[in-house]
Design a binder for this molecule. Structure first.
Ligand code: HEM
Length: 397
C-alpha cells in the first residue's frame, strides 16, 4: 500500500481528517516504513491497547524515540505497579482542591490579558494570548518565578519537538540540560529548607518531594522527570485546545451563535473540540511480545502509536463524526480520547478544562464580533494539531 500517512507531511498536519478516516477504513494498523512505527486508528483497538498495560508498555516512553527504561522515569514512562504508586503520590500533590484554588488567579490573569489586547482590535490569539496562559498557571503551581515563563516557553517548544524526533537533537539536548539545571536548583533549595527543619511554601514541587505513600516518597530525580513532562504535557496542548476551539467556532458561525447565546455551551464546545481535533494526534506504546492485529505482524518492542485523534472520528462511535457540533450528546463527548484513556489518562485534564473554559468565556465576552483576520498557521511539532498563529479581529471600543 502506498504510504498515504506521513505524520510530518504538511498536508496531513493541516488537514488530518481525510487521512485519519482512510486509516480507519483501509488500514487500521499502518506501518510507516519511513519512521518505523505502527499506527492504530480504530477506537476499540486504541482503547484495548491502552487497557492492556501488561502487553502494551509505556516503559520506552510516549514518543517515537525509545526512552531509557532504566532511567529514573516518572508516571507517563512507567507501567503498573510502579505507575500505581507514583500516581497515588502525584494525586496527593495534584488535588482537585488545589486545582480549584487556582481559579480566581487564572480568571484575573485572563481578564487582564483580554483587557490588554482589546483596544488594539486585532491580535494573534495564539502568540498574544494563549501561549501565556498555561505557562502562568504551571509557574504558579510549581512555585517558581512567573517572570521565568518566557524562558519555559522556548524550552517547551524544543522539548515537544523532541517527543516526535522533530527539531535539532543538539538544541534539544542543550534545552534538556538547561531545564535540568533550573529545576535541580529549585528541588535542592527546597531539600535544604526541609533538611534544616524550615517551612516551605505549599507548592507543587514541595508537595511532590514530600508526599508519601506507604512511607515511600518520589525520588528527587523522578520529581524532575515529572516536572519536565508537566511542562511539555500541560502547555502546548492547552494553548491548542483554546485556539482550536475558537477556530472551529469561527469556521462554524451557526455553532458560534449557539455558544454566544448560551455560555453554558462552552464546556461541551471544548469537549467537542477535543474530539473533533484532539491537540495530540496520538502517543506510543511498545509491545512486550509479537502481536498480530488486523493481519499485521507487529514484532516485539515496536513503537505503536495510539491515534487518539483518529479514534475520535470513528463512525462506529460518533454520529456524523466530521461535524463540529457543540450540542453533541454528553454520552458521545464522554467517549472522546483526546486526554488518553485508562491507566495513563491525563492527570491535568481538569486543569486544562478549567483554563480553557475561563479563556473561552473571557475571549467571547470581551472581544465583540470576533472574526478571523488572516490564515492560521499550523504548529511545528508533528505530535500536535493546532496553530502557531491564529490572527483574529474584533470591534474595539
Ligand atoms: C488540552 C490539554 C491537554 C491534553 C490534550 C493532554 C493530553 C494528554 C494525553 C493524551 C495523555 C495520555 C498519555 C499516554 O497515554 O501516554 C496525557 C497524560 C498526562 N497529562 Fe495531559 N493533556 C493536557 C493538559 C495537561 C495539563 C494542563 C497537565 C498538567 C499541568 C497535564 C499532565 C499530564 C500528566 C501528568 C499525564 C500523565 C498521566 C499518566 O501517565 O498517568 N496534561 N495528557
Amino acid at each position: 500500500m502506498s504510504d498515504f500517512f506521513d505524520i510530518k507531511d504538511r498536508e496531513f498536519q493541516e488537514h488530518p481528517h481525510a487521512v485519519y478516516k482512510r486509516l480507519i477504513a483501509e488500514c487500521p494498523v499502518h506501518h510507516s516504513e519511513k519512521y518505523g512505527f505502527y499506527a492504530v486508528s480504530r477506537y476499540q483497538d486504541v482503547k484495548e491497547i491502552l487497557r492492556n498495560t501488561g502487553l502494551w508498555s509505556s516503559k520506552f516512553g510516549p514518543g517515537t524515540a525509545y526512552a531509557d527504561p532504566e532511567a529514573p522515569n516518572a508516571l507517563v514512562n512507567v507501567d503498573p505497579p510502579e505507575h500505581d504508586f507514583q500516581l497515588k503520590l502525584v494525586n496527593k500533590a495534584f488535588t482537585r482542591q488545589s486545582i480549584n484554588a487556582l481559579e480566581p488567579d487564572i480568571t484575573e490573569f485572563v481578564r487582564n490579558k483580554v483587557a490588554e489586547i482589546r483596544p488594539r482590535g486585532h491580535a494573534d490569539l495564539m502568540q498574544d494570548f494563549a501561549v501565556h496562559l498555561p505557562l502562568f498557571v504551571i509557574s504558579r503551581m510549581l512555585g517558581v518565578d512567573p517572570a521565568d515563563g518566557p524562558m519555559f516557553r522556548g524550552w517547551v517548544q524544543e522539548l515537544t519537538m523532541g517527543v516526535f524526533g522533530d527539531g535539532d537533537p543538539a538544541v534539544i539536548q542543550g534545552v534538556q540540560a538547561e531545564f535540568a539545571a533550573y529545576f535541580t536548583n529549585e528541588v535542592q533549595k527546597r531539600e535544604k529548607v526541609l533538611a534544616e527543619g524550615g517551612t516551605l511554601e505549599d507548592d507543587l514541587i514541595t508537595r511532590l518531594l514530600t508526599a508519601e505513600v506507604d512511607g515511600k516518597r518520589l525520588e528527587p530525580a523522578r520529581v524532575l522527570g515529572f516536572i519536565s513532562f508537566l511542562l511539555v504535557a500541560g502547555s502546548g496542548t492547552t494553548t491548542m485546545l483554546v485556539c482550536n476551539t475558537v477556530h472551529h467556532l469561527l469556521e462554524n458561525p451557526d455553532q458560534m451563535a449557539k455558544v454566544m447565546a448560551n455560555f453554558d455551551l462552552i464546556p461541551p464546545a471544548l469537549e467537542e473540540s477535543m474530539r473533533y481535533t484532539a491537540p495530540v494526534h496520538g502517543l506510543f506504546r511498545t509491545n512486550n511480545e509479537d502481536v498480530t492485529l488486523h493481519g499485521v505482524n507487529i514484532p516485539k518492542d515496536s513503537k505503536v502509536m495510539c491515534m487518539f485523534a483518529a479514534a475520535n472520528l470513528d463512525a462506529d462511535q460518533f454520529a456524523d463524526p466530521d461535524r463540529f457540533d457543540v450540542e453533541r450528546s454528553a454520552a458521545e463527548l464522554r467517549k472522546q480520547l483526546g486526554f488518553g484513556w485508562g491507566t495513563h489518562i491525563c492527570t491535568g485534564a481538569p486543569l486544562a478544562r478549567m483554563e480553557a473554559r475561563i479563556a473561552l468565556t473571557e475571549i467571547l465576552s470581551g472581544l465583540p464580533n470576533l472574526r478571523a483576520d488572516g490564515p492560521a498557521v499550523q504548529t511545528a511539532p508533528s505530535v500536535l494539531y493546532g496553530f502557531d498563529s491564529l490572527p483574529v479581529a474584533w470591534d474595539a471600543e
